[in-house]
Structure formats: structure tokens, C-alpha cells
Design a protein around this ligand. Structure first.
Ligand SMILES: Cc1ncc(COP(=O)(O)O)c(C=O)c1O
Length: 452
């Protein structure tokens, strides 16, 4: 009964969103004045009234990332089962820090992660955990890679190392890695930017040259980050080549598949992720192409002992180590208190089944092709190459900022501006909603022609 009521409310909200504006026009002052005039927390207010008001605010004042014409930054429409999951989690508030506090939740997460690790081709004994998102998963990867490469790092820090460690990635890799270099003490200059080819993929010759040069200069290369689905243009680095290179050079191979990782389920796409099975670690976000609400990232690593070493901790105020074939997440990951993040992926996977997921992912890939073809027919120039549903495009004389302002003003769609390969600015449209249809795309492309 409760489930039916929630389903019909969610479906109502989806209809309201789909029929309404995508981009709000509001200033910070407007919202602040409004909040200050009505909410001073001095006396209790009726919850139904406040909930209705908050829903109004959310409907009026946000970019609607679940709108079928939101072609944005990997924020998906969300499956009903995953909404139910977040409601259940809030209700039971399980604490996953230790296994013993929440055996059910910990085992559901483990079960889900083990299944996906298998899809990536990682060994059964690999370590895996849910994270707040891709940035935390990338942070986990760098910390574990440092721990494995430099046994003194954990106790004595980077200052004790005889040489400066360096990480290799392209300018197209996600910029969470710059912050991570800062936060870990590596320093942002430890990031060595490798050249890219015409398709914005890492250039292996340049990688080899840089690693050799840095070694000659007394630096300590330890990690290569390949991206499977770059943020700006959806490029996939040559993963098999990178895997071979890393193996022969003794470097940690991390694959950031925050968005593109879901393609591993789809028969028409998974070949493009070949080589990911050789990764030392993988980032893959459930809150991107797996279409569940934020915040749900995942970190996979084939070296469980290194993960244990990186996040080890002991204190009397926590329950003692759980015995048996289990791991206490607060000793094997960045987080301490831990929300039951994994339920939304578990429930969504069980509700749709793998075949339902394949259908959803393949549909979006197909919509990417429809968008690409439709834009070409309308005279746009495509400036990126990827099998994933992300299109960067331009035309002579385009001023993206002006074009996007007009696009938003008329509520045609949400897209963004990028500079793939640091070249000229272009428009970027990514199919992130499993509800986007061919008709949506044809309509958007037609309306865009009128903005010329
Ligand atoms: C390739 C890639 N890696 C990492 C991230 C960071 O993920 P999150 O925003 O979930 O922290 C993103 C975000 O878009 C991304 O595209």
C-alpha cells in the first residue's frame, strides 16, 4: 500500500518536472529573503505545510536534472526502486561502520559490489566499498596506491620518501585528482599531464617518454590514471595499452570509470572497456549511469591487503574487530560512520534485473547516436569521438555562452559549454536520462535551429 502511494507520488512529480521548466531564474538574494521572512526556527511549524513549501522551492529553484531534456553533467534520472531504497535507509538509519552493527546492510553491499567486481573482471577476493562519489573513490585509489608503492608513506608521510612520487593522466581526466594531489600532500605538481591524440585519448608514447624522463630526473612515478568516459567529451583512454605499460613499468593502474563504468553491462558497449579487468583499482559511480540518487560512488581494488593497510585504525571506543570472513568498513575505507549507500543500487538491480539495466543503458547509447545524427543533419559539426552518449558540437561563429543563455531562456534543454582538448569552446550534450526519447531529441535539435 505504502509502496503504491509512493509510486504514484513519484510518478506525479516526474510528470510535473517533465512538463515544466528545466532551468530556474532566481538570484541568491531572492531565496535568502524568502527563507528569512518565513523560517526563523522560533516555533514549530506543521510538517505537511513545510514539506509542501520545500517541494515548491525545489520545483521552482533548481536545474531539473531528471528532466528528459536535461543533457548535462552525468546527473541521472532515478529509478523508483532507488528512491524507495533511500527512504528505507533514512527510516532504519543503519550504521555500517562495523560489520556487527549492521550485518544485513553490510552483506547486501558486499553482495552487490562482488557482483559488479565480477562484471569488471576483477578477482573474487578484491576489496570494494561504496563511496560518497567518484572523488572519494579516486582519493581512495591514490591513498592505496601510495601505501603500496611506498611502505613508509603511512607512518612517516611523503617527506620521508627519498623521491617525489608522480601520477600520470591527461588534461581530460577528472579534476578531483588535482584536489587529491593537494589533499594527500603529493602536491598538484606531482600530476604529470600526458599528451592526448586527436580523439582526446592518452598518448602512450608521450606517457612512456614522461615516465622515463621523470625517473632520470630522480622522481618516483607510481601511478597512471586512465579514464573510461572523460567528463568533457566521453573519451576512453587506451586501457589495454595502459594496462600493459603499467605492468611492465611496475606502476599502479587506476581506471576512472565514474560515468562510463556502467557500460560494462551492455553487450554493445563493453568491448570499449576492454583492459579494465587489468586495473589495480576502479572508480565507478552508481549515481551516474546506474541511475540512482546521489551520493553513491564505488571503489574497487584488486589488492585487499593494501586497502587494509591504507585505512587501518584501532581504538577502544569502537567495537573490537569482527571475527570471521568479514571486514569492518571503518578500517577499510575513507569514511567512518557510514550510510547504507549500496541499497539503492541493490534494489534497483533487483527490481529491473540485469536485463532491465542493459536495456536502459543501451537505450541511452542509442539516444546518443540519434542526437549525434540529428545534430549533423541540422548542420552542426561534431568535435568529439566516443561510443558513449556524449556529443560535443559547434558551428562557425558560435558563441556558446550566448547560445546557452538563449537555450535556457526558452527552456529548450540544459546543455553546457566545454573546451575538449583545450581547443575552441563547444556545446556539450550528454544523454543522462533513461526517459529521453527520440522525439525529445528531434524537438530539441529543431528548436536549436531557430536560435541561430
Ligand atoms: C570521470 C569522472 N571522475 C570523477 C568524477 C567525480 O565524481 P563525483 O562527482 O561523484 O565525486 C566525475 C564527475 O563527473 C567524473 O566525470
Amino acid at each position: 500500500m505504502l509502496l503504491d502511494a509512493l509510486r504514484s507520488r513519484v510518478s506525479e512529480v516526474q510528470d510535473v518536472i517533465a512538463a515544466g521548466p528545466i532551468v530556474p531564474r532566481v538570484t541568491p538574494d531572492e531565496i535568502r529573503r524568502d527563507l528569512a521572512s518565513r523560517y526563523d526556527f522560533t516555533k514549530p511549524l506543521a510538517l505537511p505545510d513545510v514539506v509542501a513549501d520545500v517541494e515548491q522551492m525545489l520545483q521552482r529553484w533548481q536545474v531539473h536534472v531528471t528532466h528528459p531534456r536535461y543533457f548535462g553533467l552525468f546527473n541521472p534520472s532515478v529509478t523508483f526502486a532507488s528512491i524507495v531504497a533511500d527512504t528505507l535507509v533514512a527510516m532504519y538509519n543503519p550504521q555500517l561502520a562495523t560489520w556487527r552493527t549492521s550485518p544485513a546492510a553490510n552483506e547486501i553491499e558486499r553482495h552487490t559490489l562482488t557482483w559488479l567486481a565480477g562484471k569488471f573482471g576483477l578477482p573474487a577476493e578484491s576489496a570494494a566499498s561504496f563511496t560518497s562519489g567518484g572523488a572519494e573513490a579516486n582519493l581512495s585509489a591514490v591513498v592505496v596506491a601510495l601505501t603500496r608503492a611506498f611502505p613508509d608513506y603511512g607512518e612517516h608521510g611523503l617527506r620521508a620518501l627519498p623521491a617525489q612520487p608522480t601520477v600520470y593522466l591527461t588534461a581530460e581526466a577528472h579534476h578531483s585528482l588535482s584536489k587529491i594531489a593537494h589533499m594527500t600532500g603529493l602536491g598538484r605538481r606531482a600530476i604529470r599531464t600526458v599528451a592526448i591524440d586527436g580523439d582526446l585519448r592518452m598518448d602512450l608514447d608521450d606517457l612512456a617518454r614522461r615516465v622515463a624522463e621523470d625517473r632520470r630526473d630522480g622522481l618516483a612515478p607510481f601511478m597512471v590514471v586512465g579514464t573510461a568516459g572523460t567528463t568533457a567529451a566521453g573519451a576512453i583512454d587506451p586501457l589495454p595499452d595502459l594496462a600493459r605499460f603499467c605492468r611492465s613499468e611496475g606502476l599502479w593502474f587506476h581506471v576512472d570509470a565514474a560515468w562510463g563504468g556502467a557500460a560494462i553491462l551492455a553487450p554493445s558497449l563493453r568491448g570499449h572497456l576492454a583492459g579494465i579487468d587489468a586495473a589495480d583499482s576502479i572508480t565507478c559511480d552508481a549515481h551516474k549511469w546506474f541511475s540512482v540518487p546521489m551520493a553513491a560512488g564505488m571503489f574497487f581494488c584488486r589488492h585487499p591487503a593494501s586497502v587494509d593497510e591504507a585505512f587501518r585504525v584501532q581504538t577502544s571506543y569502537m567495537p573490537g574487530k569482527t571475527l570471521g570472513p568479514v571486514r569492518d568498513p571503518y578500517t577499510t575505507s575513507v569514511q567512518w560512520s557510514r550510510r547504507f549507500i549500496g541499497l539503492k543500487l541493490f534494489l534497483a538491480l533487483t527490481e529491473r534485473g540485469e536485463s532491465g539495466y542493459v536495456e536502459m543503458i543501451e537505450h541511452q547509447a542509442r539516444m546518443g547516436e540519434v542526437l549525434r545524427d540529428s545534430l549533423k543533419r541540422a548542420g552542426w559539426r561534431i568535435v568529439n569521438a566516443t561510443p558513449l552518449p556524449l556529443v560535443c558540437f559547434t558551428r562557425d561563429g558560435l558563441v556558446p555562452a550566448d547560445f546557452l543563455a538563449a537555450l535556457y531562456q526558452r527552456q529548450i534543454a540544459w546543455m553546457s559549454e566545454v573546451r575538449p582538448g583545450d581547443g575552441a569552446p563547444a556545446l556539450r550534450a550528454c544523454v543522462t536520462s533513461f526517459r529521453t526519447t527520440e522525439a525529445d531529441i528531434e524537438w530539441v535539435v529543431r528548436e536549436m535551429a531557430a536560435l541561430a
